[in-house]
Write a protein that binds this ligand. Sequence first.
Ligand SMILES: [Zn+2]
Length: 521
Amino acid sequence: MADDTTTVAPGSDAHREDVARARAALLDPAVAHIVEMVLEHDPDGAGVGHYQATSPEGRVRFHRVADGTGWQFVVDAVDGRDPLAHQDVDRFTPLTEEQAHASPDRAANAYPRAFEQLAQLFDAPAAPDLVAIHTSAHNWEDQGGHLGEHGSISVVQSRAPFVIAGAGVRAGGMVDAACRLVDLAPTVLALLGAEPCGGVGSNGDRRDDALLRRQDGDVLAEVLAAGEAAPAHVVGVLLDGANANVLYDLAARGEAPNLARLMAAGTTYRFGATSSLPTVTLANHTSILTGAHPGHHGILHNAWWDRAAGEQVITNSPAHWVTAMQRLDPGVETLFDAVHRSFPGSTAISVNEPCDTGADHSIFAAMRAGEPIDRPPPVEELPHTTQRFVRPVKEYRWSSLIDHTAVEQFVGIWSGSFRGRDWPLPRFSWVNFSLTDAAFHEGGPYSEIAAASVADTDARLGALLDAVERAGVLDRTAFFVTADHGMEQSDRSCTGNWAEALDATGVPYRDEGYSFIYVDP
Ligand SMILES: [Zn+2]
C-alpha cells in the first residue's frame, strides 16, 4: 500500500484520475490471468445508477431505471467484447459439463444476473471504488493456495444448491430452474402462511406483497403445494461452500442418502440459487436470512473499509462473529424477527449462525451474555466423522467439532429441553454447517475430502431429521438445504496477486477482502 499523505476527496477530478489509474493497473496484461474484470459505479462521473464492467478485452456501460418495486437495466455502450454478455444461469450443468470446462476463460464464462449483482452492491455507502473479480483459474497462493475458490460472480462460484421438501412443498423433482438466495426468506414466510407486512422492494419503494421489511427476493411460488396446509415447522440447513453440481451428483450416487431422501420428496433447482456479489460467506448467510442483498443489508463483505468512519470493518472471523450483526442495517428484518412478527409467541432458533438477530437461541447470543459454552468431545469420539481426514487436516477437525455442536444444539432443543431450559418445537430452525466449506477449499470441489465432508454432513442432516421424527412432527415439517456460495476448482499454476500492479501506480488504496479496492482511502 502506498503512503497516504494527501487527502483526495471522493467525487473530485483528482479522485477520478486515481481510480482510472488503479483500473488501468488491474487491466494490465501482466495480471490478465488473475483479473477477470473490474466493476464500478458512476464510472468517470457518469452518474448515480450508472455502472461499468471492464475486462482486458472490452467493456460494457449500463444504467438502471425503476420498474415497479425493482429495477430494469439498459445497456448504454459496449466497446470490444462485452464482459457481461453471458448472464445465463444454466451454464456448466450438470457436473460432467462443469468438469469438462475447468477454469473457463472470460469468453466461455457466464455471470448470472450480473447487472443486478453490480447495482445492489453499489447501493451501499461503504461500497468500494472498484471491485476486482478474480478469474476462475486463480489460485490465491498467498492466501493459503486453496484448490477450491469462490468470491467471483462467475456461474460456478455463485451457484449454491437449493433443495426444498416436506409439508406444504410441491414434489416437483429436479426442475430446470434457478433462483436467488434472496428468494429463500420470502419463500419460507410464504410457505409458513405469513401475511404481507408493507415492506419495501429492491428499489426502496413500498412493495405491497413484501413479507419482510426489506425484500429484494421473490416468493418461489412454484415450490409451494397448492391447496396444502402450511407446515407447522420449517428447518433450513446451510452446507457452507457446497458446489451444487457436486452435491446433486453425490446424492444421486448414494453418497448423501438423507439429502437424496429430501430431493426425492420435494423440489430441487438444477441450476441452483444465485449467491449475491460478493459471493462470500457472511454477506450471503445474511442474504439468505433477510431476503436482501449485501448492498442493502449492510454485511457488505467479510471485511470492508468504512470510508466515513475511517475504519476497517471485519465481520467474518471467529473473533468478530459474536458482534457482526451490529452492522446489520436497521431497515432489514431477519427471518427470526419476521417469524416472531407473523406468528406471535412462536420460537425461531439460529444454530451456529453469526446472522442471529432476533433468534430465541443462538450460541453467539450466549457468548455475548458471557455464558459458558459446552466443550465438544474429543475428535476420536465424534459421530458422523471421516477419521482419516479429521486427524491430518486441521480445518476438517475444527469444522467437524463445530458442526457436532450444531447437531447437539438442534437435537437438544427439539427434544424439548436444552441446557436447563424447556423448549417448544421451533416454528423456524436454521442450522449452519461449516465442514463442507473447509473441505471444498482444501481439496477442491471434486476431491475425496470434499466428498467425505458431504457424507459426514449428510449424516448430521440425518440426525436433524431423526430429531424432528422423534418429536412426532415429520409430516408437518418442511426442510430446505442450500449454501452461501459455490466453489470452483482453481488452477494450481495460475497464481499471483494484483497488489504489485496497484502498488506500481503510486495511487493510495486499500484492498479489503481481496477484491474491494478503495482508492484514496
Ligand atoms: Zn461460505
